[in-house]
Design a protein around this ligand. Structure first.
Ligand code: ZN
Ligand code: ZN
Length: 387
């Protein structure tokens, strides 16, 4: 669900929202549906106390913004079943129980709900942040560590409910130095290496904290059935970003017919027409657009840059082949102007620290040049250690 105007946290005050359903296997949009609460023509007629002139009124919602989500969810699933004749058996979504129950009601049959892993990771993190005031030893690093354990557990046990449950249950004892339930993912055999992500590489000791953290992990472990397929709504998320960029939240388009028509644009000519309409309506200045435009020269420069990146990324071929580095990481190194010889030099000078210094150099915006994740860099050192 994408609201054209969205409050922070629990406050929803948007006058329009669009819900999208995407096929998990095809990645294609199956359907979308709009809820619009405001119509400028009706509104001005009301104000002037006269009847509105005949118009294509898009207003179809009179309740608050939050239930738009369950309402669009239900009608989308209904339409999809109706049009395709195929029952909707599995739904990957956030943990919004209102939407799920409305969908079941509308379809009149059971629907299996899978958790979206990104939402699940986020809400686990949130639960931990809520524990922070109670447990002084619960640092942000520890919370991030647990979030990482959680998402690794899901990635490494995809579609294996039993193993996922085991791993999630063993995570907390593991972090406290108890390894009898750990699987082969645990590095306890490598001396001094088994808590490399925790402070000073030492296991945690706060027993009161352990109890509360265990409760959280038991809850997610009991949810293993919904988590194991590692369902993701990231396609919906990125579609929402496209909507948001086409109908920025600071402009209000829902008050006219434009919102609906714009989403109908599926070919280039329509795109241009609606863009023109959008620009006229939103009174976007040429100056604003120029910032996002580019010249032929810049395209040529970009192509040259892409070519260099491609060649440089290939220099990391051995590392990628040996699985010491992902192909994506090789591209990121190359994009930052690095070739393998630079890594060689950094490692020969200062080992792990050398690579860390090089790859985590701060860029102007404060983000690392390539990565500052110790695990990723550690993996790269494996290449040099095994040479
Ligand atoms: Zn109207
Ligand atoms: Zn362990």
């Amino acid at each position: 669900m994408c609201w054209q105007k969205r409050g922070t946290g629990r406050s929803y005050s948007s006058s329009s929202g669009v819900g999208t359903a995407i096929g998990q296997l095809t990645g294609k949009i199956l359907d979308y549906d709009l809820r619009v609460t405001h119509c400028a023509i009706c509104h001005s007629a009301e104000k002037a106390k006269r009847d509105a002139k005949p118009h294509n009124c898009q207003k179809n919602w009179s309740k608050s913004a939050k239930p738009m989500e369950s309402s669009t969810g239900a009608s989308l699933m209904e339409t999809i079943e109706e049009v395709s004749g195929v029952p909707v058996d599995v739904l990957i979504m956030n943990d919004d129980s209102a939407t799920l129950s409305r969908v079941k009601e509308a379809l009149d049959h059971e629907v299996k709900k899978l958790s979206d892993i990104n939402h699940s990771t986020k809400s686990l993190g949130k639960a931990f942040y809520n524990l922070k005031s109670k447990h002084k030893t619960l640092s942000t690093d520890i919370i991030e560590y647990y979030k990482m354990c959680f998402s690794y557990a899901i990635q490494q046990n995809k579609n294996n409910e039993t193993k996922l449950k085991e791993t999630l249950t063993a995570t907390v004892p593991h972090s406290f130095g108890i390894h009898d339930k750990c699987g082969n993912w645990c590095n306890k055999s490598i001396e001094n290496n088994f808590h490399k992500y925790l402070l000073h590489g030492k296991p945690l000791t706060d027993d009161a904290l352990r109890q509360d953290v265990q409760i959280k992990f038991d809850t997610v472990a009991n949810n293993a059935e919904r988590l194991a397929p590692a369902g993701s709504t990231k396609d919906v998320e990125s579609t929402n970003n496209i909507y948001a960029s086409k109908a920025p939240k600071r402009f209000c388009f829902s008050k006219c017919e434009n919102l609906k028509t714009r989403y109908n644009a599926h070919n280039a000519v329509d795109d241009v027409n609606s863009l023109h309409k959008l620009m006229t309506l939103s009174k976007v200045e040429k100056q604003d657009v120029l910032e996002f435009s580019f010249s032929v020269e810049s395209i040529v420069e970009n192509m040259k840059y892409d070519k260099i990146v491609k060649v440089d990324a290939e220099s990391f071929g051995d590392l990628v082949k040996g699985k010491y580095m992902s192909a994506q990481m090789a591209v990121r190194c190359a994009q930052s102007g690095l070739k393998k010889c630079h890594l060689d030099l950094a490692f020969h000078r200062k080992g792990f620290q050398g690579l860390l210094d090089l790859l985590s150099q701060r860029r102007q915006d404060g983000s690392p040049r390539v990565t500052k994740t110790a695990a990723v860099i550690k993996k790269i050192t494996g290449y040099y250690d095994n040479k």
